[in-house]
Design a protein around this ligand. Structure first.
Ligand SMILES: [Zn+2]
Length: 172
């Protein structure tokens, strides 16, 4: 009790805030374009960490993950407005979230998930102009070693290995 090294923090707050800073630091100025629009146009899914392409949405790994296996489901179409999603986009987003949940369960055996959206910068969105769902696997006790106040601990080599594993599982 009363330890100053690990204060009681609201887990939701811990979970949804940090990647915002990572994106701001790593992605430069917003006028450089939108990574969620640009990456699918490049034909290099492994180095862009794109796992799955559907008709209207795709799945990409977060390059600055909060936890191992942190994925995002993103519509190809650039929009920040949930209300503008078509029925097709809406249902495909949900389908792909479920594909992600299933495959992450198989590959990583997490104990739970956080799934959600940060709409607007004030809510923690790193890329507020192009909405996206986060799906973050959780393990008992993972907040104890998460880089809550520090910087990301995952290197890109590790990310590509994870990409291989999930990609293989998606095909099987
Ligand atoms: Zn975009």
């Amino acid at each position: 009790m009363g330890s100053s090294s690990r204060q009681d923090q609201d887990p939701a707050k811990i979970l949804w805030a940090p990647w915002r800073m990572e994106y701001i630091e790593h992605c430069g100025t917003p006028e450089k374009g939108c990574i969620f629009c640009d990456k699918p146009k490049q034909n290099d899914d492994r180095s862009n960490l794109i796992l799955l392409r559907g008709g209207t949405v795709y799945v990409i790994m977060n390059r600055f993950p909060y936890n191992n296996g942190h994925l995002m489901v993103v519509p190809f179409r650039h929009t920040s407005d949930m209300g503008s999603l078509t029925d097709g986009e809406r249902s495909e987003m949900f389908e792909q979230l479920e594909v992600c949940r299933t495959v992450l369960t198989r590959v990583m055996q997490p104990h739970g998930f956080n799934i959600g959206m940060n709409l607007g910068r004030v809510a923690g969105a790193g890329i507020a102009d192009h909405l996206h769902f986060h799906i973050v696997p959780r393990w008992d006790g993972d907040t104890n070693f998460m880089p809550i106040l520090g910087h990301t601990k995952v290197v890109s080599e590790g990310l590509e290995r994870t990409w291989d594993k999930i990609r293989d599982a998606l095909k099987s």
